[in-house]
Design a protein around this ligand. Structure first.
Ligand code: GLN
Length: 387
């Protein structure tokens, strides 16, 4: 048999998605892969039911249905203050996973370097490999997950084509401050580098933290490729609706990459999601309230159990420090946790470039009942996880 592609030879499957399968196998409360178990907003579901009987069953325009792009441009203007052209500055994709891949393939050539902060969302590693680029990892150092500006500049000196910025950050929950973003922006300008953002948690932020859209920093609009998604904001991760927003000359290429990768996102789902894109401010305020309550419930529960953990500023992930157990392999730890304690988690090592075995990631995008059930099960954490 002929050889399979060398490009994929070093791939493992996604550890995040694998942990969902393992959780299901043991009937664990699955707090590994980040997706809600509560219903999306009723208005969106109602519109979806109507759309079934309307004329949305064939391809939409490849870079996204007009209606969707117009609604997105309006929402974007509302939150960023930036007016964008829905025809020339947006591509609607199959989730932000495709958005990120299309962005990477649009700007990098094989051998180009790309800066990735570590810990990072595991897809970025695969994205760089698939696009032939080489990652340069810059540590976000625990426990505060700050970066050293000199180390970052050292990475920029290697002339990277792009930097990937996940803000609010998965898995560490960091929300980059304006000052930190300004350091990145100044370096991107000095070394003439694109910044590809992953801002899927833009609306999941805990007071007093605030999200700054990278493209709104001085001079950054033209070199920022913003990737976003409806998955987390409207609790519709299975709909796979994401997008790229960038200036017209970049979007022109992203449109072509996207067209040949997937042709387009699902037309009926785009139409139904327009309802969400047109929600007023109250929707986003409610969402923040709901997630703030879940964060409190979950971290208070962990405190009661005396399990050391990070407290996220944004997004919905918590890293638990498991160093007291002395496991050499956090994958083994998570398998045992699913099997013996009945809670699904993601091994922290799948997010870190550095050899880091100290963390496991849990998320709290779940009904309060589900979170309470997970906390109940975690009462036996120490007893069952000790050697
Ligand atoms: N972003 C979510 C996570 O980190 C879901 C990832 C995925 O499976 N697409 O868990």
């Amino acid at each position: 048999m002929p050889e399979l592609s060398r490009r994929t030879a070093d791939f493992t499957d996604s550890v995040i998605r694998r942990m969902t399968r393992i959780s299901n196998q043991y009937g664990a409360v699955n707090l590994s892969q980040g997706f809600p178990d509560f219903e999306p907003p009723k208005e969106i579901l109602q519109r979806l039911a109507e759309v079934t009987n309307e004329d949305f069953h064939q391809y939409s325009i490849t870079w996204g249905a007009k209606n969707f792009r117009e609604a997105l441009a309006e929402k974007h203007k509302h939150f960023t203050g930036m007016k964008i052209d829905p025809n020339n500055e947006i591509v609607v994709t199959c989730g932000s996973t495709e958005a990120m891949m299309a962005a990477m393939m649009s700007v990098t050539n094989p051998g180009d370097k790309v800066i990735v902060f570590s810990p990072f969302y595991e897809n970025y590693g695969a994205d760089t490999i698939l696009s032939g680029a080489e990652p340069i990892y810059v540590p976000l150092v625990p426990p505060a997950f700050n970066f050293d500006a000199d180390v970052l500049e050292e990475a920029f000196r290697q002339k990277p084509k792009a930097l990937i910025l996940c803000n609010p950050s998965n898995p560490c929950g960091k929300v980059f401050t304006y000052e930190e973003l300004k350091i990145i922006a100044d370096l991107a300008e000095k070394y003439d580098t694109f910044v590809i953002t992953d801002e899927v948690y833009e609306h999941i932020i805990y007071a007093p933290y605030k999200h700054t859209y990278f493209s709104t920093l001085p001079n950054m609009r033209d070199r920022t490729i913003s990737c976003g998604s409806l998955s987390k904001t409207y609790s519709i991760t299975g709909w796979r609706l994401g997008y790229v927003i960038a200036s017209p000359h970049i979007i022109d290429t992203v449109k072509k990459v996207h067209d040949f990768l997937t042709v387009g996102a699902a037309a009926p789902l785009q139409e139904a999601a327009v309802t969400g894109l047109r929600f007023g401010d109250d929707y986003y305020e409610d969402l923040q309230r709901k997630y703030t309550e879940k964060r409190e419930l979950f971290i208070n529960g962990l405190d009661r159990l005396k399990i050391p953990h990070t407290t996220p500023e944004g997004a919905y992930y918590v890293l638990l420090d498991i160093s007291e157990f002395g496991y050499e392999n956090d994958i083994e730890f998570c398998e045992k946790l699913a099997k013996e304690v009945g809670v699904g988690a993601v091994p922290g090592s799948s997010f870190f470039k550095e050899s880091e075995n100290r963390y496991i990631r849990l998320h709290f995008a779940k009904k309060n009942n589900t979170l309470n059930e997970a906390l109940n099960r975690l009462e036996s954490f120490r007893k069952k996880m000790s050697f």
